[in-house]
Design a protein around this ligand. Structure first.
Ligand code: ATP
Ligand code: MG
Length: 424
């Protein structure tokens, strides 16, 4: 088969670490090509993340070749032919050409082969079957270039069969649709997703979370979320998902409208936006458990799902108290979610309202955590009796300090404490 085109040398192709991995893998005369995302994204003019490489060399040989060249090699999924090489902190996934023999929706038994076209056929979407030689000659056996140009995310082969082989492909469809697809989405793919969606619960929480986060991080995930809801995908993995409108507006705020350094696209906040506001803390907990979120992520989701505590209708001291109690990150999450919620109902908010929301975010940026200047020993040093009264006195001074908008310093707080001890 002849190459279909050429990509001009890309920085990731000419980088010394890429050169080192390619030299190692071809040292025995074997062939290698770049495959998957790096080729697709170079052609689409998008930033390239991890580099995937394919080769007919069997995985054990890949390990040997890398180690012989002094490159760190990890047998990530050696049974399926995947080895990870790490060179100068860059990650390369090296996969032996293969054919899937038996599949059960999650695992496959594979056969290593030396045919590039057969390997392309086991891949998920035509846009992911593009490959390129180290010199940039592009091979496109299944029409991926044309589909990429037209924004068509199309399964290789019959969608339903491909999803039956590997259920993760159902979610990958929505990830690639969100990132590369132009409406309307492929009808046959959607029909297959609808039939297969109930089986999504067979996937592990970790895999669902990883794919969900990647979908949510697309520049505009809301259209994909609408499609997912339409085929029943959320019924199986995220029944709490009910607010695509809020997700759409949050994405717009984060990605386009705000241009604040502290507000970047954030998968967890987007997940929070997608949840039905009515599902509350218990809903957020259920999601965290099902998607195996880390403790930190679970806490953040729960905080974001709590009833609204930040509003432009409040006053400045009130906002500072909220910042002190919840911290800047939670205030930022809550205000972005509440603002997005308002926009979902009223897309054109009055300028003053927009300004007031923006002001809250700026206050969160400027916020520096304040420590209350007194300790328990200050109470006893001033003659207060040790015991439960210490805590009560401190709490009373702290409330006074808060009411004073954190203005009083240590000396003033000591004076106040003295007067309270005197009163007591
Ligand atoms: P990204 O830029 O997000 O890494 P990618 O296309 O490189 O996108 P990977 O998950 O890194 O995605 O996979 C690399 C390639 O392996 C894909 O382009 C595709 O050809 C193939 N692939 C990955 N997962 C599957 C799957 N579940 N079924 C079929 N082919 C897959
Ligand atoms: Mg990749």
């Amino acid at each position: 088969m002849e190459p279909t085109g050429k990509i001009s040398p890309q920085p990731w192709m000419t980088a010394p670490e890429t050169g080192a991995v390619i030299r190692a893998l071809t040292a025995g005369g074997g062939e290698v090509r770049f495959v998957g995302g790096c080729v697709r994204d170079s052609i689409a003019g998008r930033p390239v993340g991890d580099i995937d490489i394919a080769t007919p060399e069997p995985p054990v040989r890949v390990m040997e070749l890398l180690e012989a060249a002094g490159i760190k090699a990890i047998p990530t999924g050696i049974g399926h032919g995947t080895v990870t090489a790490i060179e100068e902190s860059r990650k390369f996934e090296i996969t032996t050409l293969r054919r899937d023999l038996e599949t059960d929706g999650r695992h496959a038994r594979v056969d290593f082969i030396d045919d590039w076209v057969v390997d392309a056929r086991r891949r998920d979407f035509t846009i992911n079957t593009l490959s390129s030689t180290p010199d940039g000659d592009v091979y496109d056996p299944l029409g991926g270039l044309d589909d990429l140009g037209q924004g068509r995310v199309r399964f290789v082969g019959v969608p339903k069969e491909r999803i039956e082989e590997d259920l993760l492909r159902l979610l990958r469809f929505f990830r690639f649709q969100a990132a590369y697809g132009r409406p309307p989405a492929d009808q046959e793919a959607l029909a297959a997703c609808r039939i297969m969606a109930p089986r999504l619960c067979e996937l592990s929480g970790e895999r669902v979370r990883d794919e969900m986060f990647r979908i949510l991080l697309a520049p505009d995930p809301a259209d994909s979320a609408v499609l997912m809801r339409g085929v029943g995908a959320f019924d199986a993995i995220l029944p709490e998902a009910g607010d695509v409108g809020r997700l759409r507006m949050l994405t717009w705020l984060e990605g386009t409208a705000l241009k604040m350094e502290t507000v970047a696209p954030d998968a967890l906040r987007r997940l929070a936006a997608l949840l039905d506001p009515g599902c509350g803390g218990a809903g957020a907990e259920a999601v965290a458990r099902r998607l195996r979120l880390s403790n930190r992520e679970a806490d953040r989701l729960a905080a974001a799902a709590a009833p609204v505590q930040v509003s432009p209708d409040g006053d400045a001291p009130g906002l500072r108290r909220t910042l002190r109690r919840l911290g800047a990150e939670t205030v930022r999450d809550l205000s972005l979610l509440a603002w997005a919620g308002e926009l979902a109902v009223t897309p054109r908010l009055p300028a003053e309202r927009t300004g007031a929301w923006r002001h809250i975010l700026e206050a969160a940026d400027a916020w520096r955590p304040l420590a209350f200047p007194l300790r328990g020993r200050d109470v006893t040093a001033l003659g207060g009796a040790p015991g439960p009264a210490v805590g009560r006195l401190l709490a009373a001074v702290e409330a006074w300090w808060e009411e004073g908008d954190y203005g009083p310093g240590r000396e003033a707080c000591l004076e106040k404490l003295k007067s309270l001890i005197g009163d007591g």
